[in-house]
Design a protein around this ligand. Structure first.
Ligand code: FES
Length: 145
């Protein structure tokens, strides 16, 4: 058999095998979810309290409780001084962090970023983080939603 004829006969099965491999390789991420679909379910019916006399004392500080990250954005104990969003990245569920110097949430897994309201500012995440309602009574901050 001539070399050219041999390669011609081989290309069909090799291409089919590559197509199967490429399909298998493109499915799933590290958690098995499809990237970018926002398949992470945020905590529902949150009811979290934080004592502001002992927590969130400095601008940029954060606490994570029951699947929600709560961040102090400004001085003063008014609701607008805080934000609370789901801690699980909407891409594949990795816990996000708050970067106080850039004033945004950052996912350490694939680098998605979110503004303080949870909106996506950089993918691969395609869906916003759920933002929760913050209220304050005395020195008690309450997160609901
Ligand atoms: S898990 Fe992929 S960007 Fe967050």
């Amino acid at each position: 058999m001539e070399r050219r004829q041999f390669l011609g006969n081989l290309s069909g099965p090799v291409l089919a095998a590559c197509a199967v491999c490429m399909g298998a390789c493109s499915k799933g991420g590290d958690s098995g979810t499809t990237p970018g679909t926002g398949g992470v379910t945020p905590p529902a019916n949150a009811n979290i309290t934080v004592n502001l006399a002992t927590s969130l004392l400095t601008v940029g500080s954060s606490v994570v409780q029951d699947g929600v990250i709560i961040v102090r954005l400004a001085t003063g104990n008014t609701p607008s001084s805080f934000t609370a969003v789901q801690v699980a990245c909407t891409h594949e569920g990795t816990s996000i962090n708050f970067n106080s110097s850039s004033n945004q949430f950052v996912c350490p897994n694939h680098g998605s970023t979110f503004n303080t309201s949870g909106g996506v500012t950089l993918g691969p995440a395609a869906k916003a983080l759920k933002q929760y309602t913050v209220s304050i009574t005395g020195s008690t901050l309450t997160v609901t939603g």
